[in-house]
Design a protein around this ligand. Structure first.
Ligand SMILES: Nc1nc2c(ncn2[C@@H]2O[C@H](COP(=O)(O)OP(=O)(O)OP(=O)(O)O)[C@@H](O)[C@H]2O)c(=O)[nH]1
Length: 317
């Protein structure tokens, strides 16, 4: 009840920023998309990876018209360990008109059922498809696509560990934009002979909806400093409050929920001792909370699920 009363005064709309804040489409992404299109003739199946925390928001719909269409296509929703498991079926139901084949994976766990299922499904879809110019080829080429930082390299490594017992072929990074070398061909499996074309993460060039852009930022598909840690943290607080997820109150040892990001960040700085000492022109020191450091702590707690497992598109199901 206390939470209900507090929430009545909270924001119901997030309206602080300009659309341009979430627009980020570096040159290498445009170049990458063109190179992917050129390689399509030699591809037998497309594996599109997306973040399971935003299964509906932020998928690059350009893929559908440019690199996909006639080829078998599987949507892999990775980082499934970060969302409540019970949401997997409703998500598949919601996506079924766009994607016939959806698999949930957790690349942190090589025994994960989704990683095990992926290649048998790929093989079935290729067998049932028209390979056009590639009918006589004995090897199968897969292309992995997706927006940055959704775990494409991690999935390649997990599949290679499973099918080839090999170590890392693709570098994994916590920051988006790690994979820039365009269209690396990587052996994935001997029998059947599968190769994977690794591609750089490509964001949709026109993020028209600010909330979609902020969800992409919250899931670290856009580098934090392009949007600003405090703005992303503010959106997280807004999202948690509007979806009645108040686990942060206990996690950050607060008395009650709050809707003011500066108040929350100041509190986090206090308990984590993130304080800045600033010298004044009069040679005196003032102390103030290191708000960016507080925002990073809050974002990290969301991203590693310490605050709880959340699926940011839950109201779209
Ligand atoms: N919790 C969790 N984290 C994951 C999973 N898969 C990948 N990660 C993490 O997500 C981050 C990005 O992983 P990458 O594999 O580098 O992602 P990518 O899509 O290749 O990134 P780009 O090269 O930027 O396009 C890393 O910090 C990984 O450890 C997963 O299934 N669960």
């Amino acid at each position: 009840m206390a939470q209900k009363i507090a929430k009545d005064n909270f924001r119901s709309v997030f309206k602080t920023i300009d659309k341009d804040v979430v627009r980020w489409f570096p040159g290498h992404m445009g170049k990458g998309l063109k190179q992917m299109q050129l390689k399509l003739r030699s591809v037998d199946c497309i594996i599109e990876v997306h973040d399971a925390r935003i299964p509906i928001s932020g998928r690059n719909t350009d893929f559908k018209y440019t690199v996909s269409g006639v080829k078998p296509h599987i949507l892999v929703l990775n980082k499934a360990d970060l969302i409540p498991k019970k949401l997997q079926t409703p998500i598949m139901d919601k996506l079924k008109s766009d994607y016939k084949h959806v698999i949930f994976t957790n690349c942190k766990d090589h025994q994960c059922g989704g990683v095990k299922k992926l290649f048998p499904l790929t093989q079935d879809l290729i067998n049932d498809s028209n390979r056009y110019n590639r009918q006589d080829e004995e090897d199968f080429n897969l292309m992995i696509i997706g927006v940055p930082n959704v775990g494409k390299s991690s999935l390649i490594n997990a599949l290679r560990a499973r099918h080839l017992r090999k170590g890392k072929a693709s570098s994994v990074g916590a920051k988006p934009g790690m994979t820039r070398s365009v269209l690396h061909k990587i052996k994935m499996c001997d029998n059947p002979l599968f190769y994977m074309l690794d591609t750089p993460g490509i964001l949709t060039p026109n993020i028209t909806d600010v909330e979609v852009g902020l969800k992409l930022a919250l899931c670290a598909t856009i580098q934090d400093h392009f949007v600003g840690e405090t703005i992303i943290a503010d959106y997280l607080l807004f999202w948690l409050n509007t979806h009645n997820h108040f686990e942060y109150v206990k996690y950050f040892q607060m008395d009650k929920p709050c809707d003011d990001i500066l108040q929350l960040l100041a509190h986090i700085c206090k308990i984590h001792k993130k304080i800045l000492r600033i010298r004044t022109p009069l040679n005196e020191y003032v102390v103030k909370p290191h708000l960016d450091a507080g925002a990073q702590i809050l974002l990290k707690a969301f991203r590693d699920a310490s605050l709880g497992k959340y699926m940011l598109d839950e109201s779209l199901l």
